[in-house]
Design a protein around this ligand. Structure first.
Ligand code: FAD
Ligand code: NAG
Ligand code: NAG
Ligand code: NAG
Ligand code: NAG
Ligand code: NAG
Length: 638
């Protein structure tokens, strides 16, 4: 990349940022009411789903010491895998809604700071995690529920059914809806199976359940709403034949109190199909289910002003596609400190080392103002004194103490460049990338350390040990060793390593369900943002590999991550940010564009102006001159 290109890019960035530091009036007012980026409205489930929304406020009363069991999903709003799984889990909840007297289907957002304590206590190590807690459940060091390792609805249903039955065949838990899960034996007859049943039960359905199947359990649970029926399982062939069941033709029969036995053939060997067959048979006898409990209607949350402000941010971000925003960098740091680290129960060994390293680079290369620097120094000093183990709770308490003591830390409370077109898109993982890019650039521009791996190693350790997107962490580690992260030779290559790695992720995720349609995953930077980064113009539209000009890419990344050019749009407490940067910004905004860039830049600009004058002269003299309105167009021709 030539000096002239660097210079003109700089000028363009300067001009664009000059207008970008101004916060929006109405947005500012809105920001004041909101304390943290992760409020409950951001969760993946809402009132329209059958998923019970759990939080610190209702977790104990919904899950502990109940006469029903609970299936709980621990998730993170920002984890892509959780987002992909959410529609599946909604289906599970919808289908298992009729099981609710025996087991409820709930979810808790571990990305909401208020839930830190629960997610930490339950030692959730990956997201999403599905756990079953039985009736009478009390958490204890040995028991935080039983993991269900599946993300397939039918499999989840089956696993849940078998876990539920394993210990609790009968209602030892004072739940009148609990089915009788004991098998019918050869000694049972069409009269003994009604023994002990209330007179309300007019029918008993017998379901043939082969070994390792849960079809009988599921059928019983699907039919909890039918008070005139009891469902029983039968696996013994002799017992089955007594009730006209033949595993190869009639896997189901219904017995009435008169002793009449009617066999049926369900369409499929599944709980839903069996339950469907039984319901049809009962309806023919004019039997109906219990009326559904009236559900509480939630008033939709009004958000009138909010929408307009959201749109204003989106417009700003679309105007400046490649900008790095102060607000995003701050939200990344805030989420790391307030949410991701405190959520880990025990921080020892490799984890502790990773945290110490990460706080080390964060302290050196963070974009926060004076208070923020103080906080990170003290927090690092605190964590460094531990050499065995620190708990997430201790970390959280120290963080709160220091933040209280050092006063306001963050100048903004919301994402800007990482705002998604809908609330569940983008956000934290976007800001984390942004923060890492920012730090690799600061390290390259700073002489304090010559270690090329300083930031990359800290980042690698952080992602492996703390990043709440487990799937991302796995992918990232595999990619890091494939791309030989430990052989990066210098700090500039570290900037480029991260850029290339991020582009690989972008490529893999392009078109994914988690992609924000307004922010498609592209190879960064786009040709529009940096035409000189492309050696072959137009290569993004063809399906060929981009021939990057890596020098130009490096300059581009250094420019957008230059603290002077980081946009302060959406910042509402500018006074918290560095005075020096602020002074420079004001100077720049007033008039003299040249005074705040260093001599080298000035020289380049000077040289560039001369070149441009020569070019302009030639254009006028030989070809005529057509005015180009935008800097980017001009840049494209250089
Ligand atoms: C380490 C890591 C690994 C991840 N792995 C996965 C995964 O395996 N599966 C999954 O579903 N999600 C993964 N994610 C999340 C995913 O990469 C995105 O962060 C998320 O989908 C949000 O995307 P986004 O559109 O906001 O842009 P992001 O990809 O998050 O990018 C944020 C911003 O960085 C800039 N940018 C984009 N590309 C580059 C680049 N190459 N160099 C410099 N700046 C760039 C852009 O301005 C962009 O807006 C991972 C995130 C991280 C931090
Ligand atoms: C919930 O229960 C746990 C374990 O019994 C207890 O430690 C915690 O304080 C309870 N939380 C609330 C909010 O009641
Ligand atoms: C079965 O129920 C009892 C309480 O009645 C409870 O203590 C136990 O945890 C339950 N077991 C399972 C697996 O649900
Ligand atoms: C079942 O629970 C109800 C209400 O919680 C209680 O009144 C009743 O005594 C309990 N019955 C048994 C058998 O525990
Ligand atoms: C059936 O009854 C007989 C005699 O009472 C008894 O020996 C046998 O164990 C019973 N079988 C089952 C499966 O309960
Ligand atoms: C049931 O599962 C057990 C354990 O997984 C296995 O050994 C057995 O063969 C299975 N039985 C059938 C009929 O599939």
């Amino acid at each position: 990349m030539s000096g002239a290109q660097v210079a003109i890019l700089t000028v363009i960035l300067l001009l664009e940022t000059a207008t970008a530091g101004v916060p929006l009036q109405r947005y500012e007012a809105l920001l004041k009411q909101q304390s943290a980026p992760t409020d409950e409205q951001l969760g993946l489930y809402d009132e329209n789903d059958k998923v019970v929304q759990l939080s610190v406020g209702n977790f104990n009363e919904s899950v502990l010491e109940q006469n029903h069991g609970s299936l709980v999903e621990f998730y993170n709003t920002y984890c892509g895998h959780c987002r992909r799984f959410a529609p599946i889990y909604k289906q599970v909840a919808e289908q298992l809604h009729s099981w609710q007297d025996v087991v409820i289907v709930g979810a808790i957002d571990c990305a909401a700071e208020e839930n830190n304590g629960i997610c930490r206590t339950y030692e959730v190590m990956g997201y999403p995690t599905l756990r079953y807690m039985g009736p009478g459940f009390q958490p204890s060091a040995k028991n935080y529920g039983q993991d269900l390792k599946s993300q397939d609805p039918a499999e989840i249903r089956g696993l849940l059914a078998s876990i539920l039955v394993a210990d609790n065949l009968t209602s030892s838990n004072n739940n009148t809806y609990w089915p009788n899960f004991h098998y019918v034996t050869e000694n049972d007859s069409s009269s003994t199976i009604f023994e002990g049943l209330s007179s309300q039960r007019e029918f008993v359905a017998l379901v043939y359940e082969p070994e390792n199947s849960t079809v009988g359990i599921e059928t019983a649970l699907f039919l909890l709403q039918w008070p005139s029926l009891q469902v029983r399982r039968v696996s013994d062939l002799a017992a089955a034949s007594k009730f006209k069941i033949d595993p190869t033709s009639h896997q189901l029969s219904i017995v009435d109190r008169k002793g009449e036995i009617t066999p049926y053939t369900p369409a499929e060997q599944t709980g839903p199909a069996f339950s469907e067959t039984i319901q049809t048979a009962l309806r023919k006898k004019n039997i109906t289910p219990r009326p559904e409990k009236a559900e509480i209607q939630h008033a939709p949350v009004a958000a009138i002003g909010e929408k307009a402000e959201h749109n204003a941010i989106l417009e700003e971000v679309h105007r400046h596609k490649h900008f790095v925003y102060q607000a995003d960098l701050e939200q990344a740091i805030r989420t790391v400190l307030h949410n991701e680290v405190p959520k880990v129960n025990e921080i020892g060994g490799e984890r502790l080392l990773a945290l110490q390293r990460f706080l080390g680079v964060l302290q050196r290369y963070n974009p926060l103002g004076f208070n923020g620097h103080q906080l990170l120094s003290k927090l690092k000093d605190y964590v460094v004194q531990f050499n065995q183990e620190l708990t997430g709770k201790q970390f959280e308490q120290e963080l709160q103490r220091l933040e209280g003591q050092l006063g306001p830390i963050y100048s903004s409370t919301h994402f800007v460049g990482c705002t998604g077109s809908s609330p569940h898109l983008r956000g934290f993982s976007c800001s984390l990338w942004t923060l890492f890019h920012f730090m690799t650039v600061q390290a390259a521009e700073n002489e304090d350390s010559q270690d090329p791996l300083e930031v990359l190693q800290a980042m690698h350790g952080y992602i492996k040990n703390f990043f709440g997107c487990s799937e991302c962490a796995d992918h990232f580690q595999a990619m890091a060793s494939r791309r030989k992260i430990w052989s990066v030779p210098n700090k500039e290559e570290a900037v480029l390593w991260l850029w290339a790695a991020h582009n690989e992720v972008n490529q893999r995720l392009a078109g994914d369900d988690t992609e924000d349609p307004q922010f498609p995953k592209i190879q960064f930077p786009s040709e529009k943002s940096c035409s000189q980064c492309y050696r072959t113009p137009g290569s993004t539209s063809d399906n060929i590999e981009i021939n990057w000009n890596k020098d130009a890419v490096l300059s581009f990344l250094k420019n957008i991550n230059n603290p002077q050019f980081v946009s302060r749009y959406g910042v509402q407490q500018e006074d918290l940010l560095h005075a020096t940067a602020e002074k420079m910004r004001q100077k720049r905004q007033i008039s003299n564009v040249f005074s705040d860039i260093d001599m080298r830049m000035g020289m380049l600009l000077y040289a560039f102006c001369i070149v441009m004058m020569v070019v302009a002269f030639k254009l006028f003299a030989f070809k005529g001159y057509r005015k180009k309105p935008y800097g980017h167009d001009l840049l494209g021709k250089v």
